[in-house]
Design a protein. Structure first.
Length: 393
């Protein structure tokens, strides 16, 4: 398929992914905040566990929540499910277009593990399935009876997945797969647990049976998990634009810190919506700040000690670029994945190298993000030499 057509498919699915993802995350944020703002009030209908008054758009809203279901259901009951389903579908379509279709370029790094495209894709699919199965088993085990213990177990699962992907895929491929791993858990929570449990409650109600309150409690547990995972998964999904993340030698550590940052911020916001005193929840912000400071520290470029003393001429630097970069970064790329130079970056002269020195240092010297998948086999010696020339300006 021509690169132009793939670019349009990528754009359209990315656009759709953003739209439905915003809808899904928005409803998650809204309903968790709504749930935490419910209060017992006089005059509530039988079976209602709490109600909230809200104002928005010039009007007032009165909302009540039933732990199982009300005695009567309206014909126009509104379901929130397709936002989650379509977010996963469009995300998986992007995974196919960007990482499966161009597995040699974006997914595989033979310096990490020399995989064939079919092997890489198989590992990808099976790992996403395995991630859900392990997570679901944790929730249904004795660990699931303790929210703090379950949170720790899920955290360990995500960090373990990040370590595994870092041993198998390129940096870009690894981090995007951590996002897909978390996103799959979140989507199947909706498709496989939350919505089916709601339908069972409705079926019991229609049949005149008392709904099992555990079904609602389980659905609430998975919904809360989804809410806490939203902020970390968003970082994973945009990680490919940031070489200090994708090029890090210890991706699992970066992922662990991102999960701590996102989870802590989300906890503070949730409990603030619930009306908890600041004294009880203020700890979450210093924890997030400390994790952020640690993430910045561990991803910061290190001094180029190995480069010191190297003398590299412009012609030598151009020879390295000609061997490893020019097939993409020329006015007319010869790489099958590009019709135009990525981001308009052309590297055909010494002046071009000087102009884009900061980007080259970040992508090809401070990290191994470029060449994509290191498909040309750029060596550490060549990276040091290129860095020495760029830093000699």
């Amino acid at each position: 398929m021509p690169a132009f057509a793939l670019d349009w498919l990528n754009l359209l699915f990315r656009w759709a992914h953003l739209v439905v993802g915003i809808g899904w995350i928005g409803t998650s944020f809204y309903f968790i905040a709504l749930d935490l703002s419910l209060r017992k009030r006089a005059g509530m209908k039988p079976g209602a566990s709490g109600s909230a008054w809200e104002v928005h758009g010039g009007g007032f809203y009165h909302v009540e929540k039933y732990l199982a279901a009300p005695q009567e259901l309206p014909a126009d009951l509104i379901w929130y499910q397709w936002e989650a389903y379509l977010t996963w579908v469009t995300g998986f379509a992007l995974l196919i277009l960007q990482y499966y279709w161009h597995a040699d370029t974006f997914l595989i790094d033979r310096a990490v593990l020399p995989l064939l495209p079919v092997q890489a894709v198989t590992i990808s699919v099976l790992s996403l399935i395995a991630g859900w199965l392990i997570y679901d088993r944790l929730c249904k085990s004795i660990v699931g009876n303790s929210p703090p213990l379950l949170a720790i177990a899920v955290f360990v699962l995500i960090v373990a997945a990040a370590w595994f992907y870092g041993q198998v895929f390129s940096g870009r491929g690894a981090l995007i797969h951590v996002g897909a791993f978390i996103g799959t858990i979140m989507a199947v929570n909706v498709f496989g647990i939350i919505i089916p449990n709601q339908k069972k409650i409705i079926a019991d109600l229609i049949a005149g049976r008392a709904p099992d309150p555990r079904l609602g409690a389980i659905g609430k547990q998975r919904s809360v998990h989804n809410n806490y995972l939203t902020l970390p998964v968003l970082v994973m999904m945009v990680s490919s634009h940031y070489p200090m993340l994708t090029g890090h030698a210890h991706l699992w550590l970066v992922v662990a810190l991102i999960v701590v940052i996102g989870g802590s911020v989300r906890h503070f916001l949730n409990r603030h919506d619930a009306g908890d005193p600041l004294a009880r929840i203020a700890w979450a912000l210093p924890v997030a700040a400390a994790a952020l400071a640690a993430a910045i520290y561990v991803t910061a470029p290190r001094p180029h000690a190995a480069i010191a003393g190297l003398s590299v001429t412009g012609d030598q630097a151009l020879a390295i670029v000609g061997k490893h970069c020019i097939m993409c970064h020329s006015p007319h790329p010869t790489h099958e994945g590009f019709d135009e130079p990525p981001k308009g970056v052309v590297l055909t002269s010494v002046d071009d190298l000087r102009l884009h020195a900061d980007q080259i240092l970040a992508q090809a010297v401070d990290s191994h993000t470029m060449p994509l998948g290191n498909e040309t086999g750029m060596t550490d010696k060549e990276r040091r030499e290129l860095g020495a020339f760029l830093l000699s300006r």
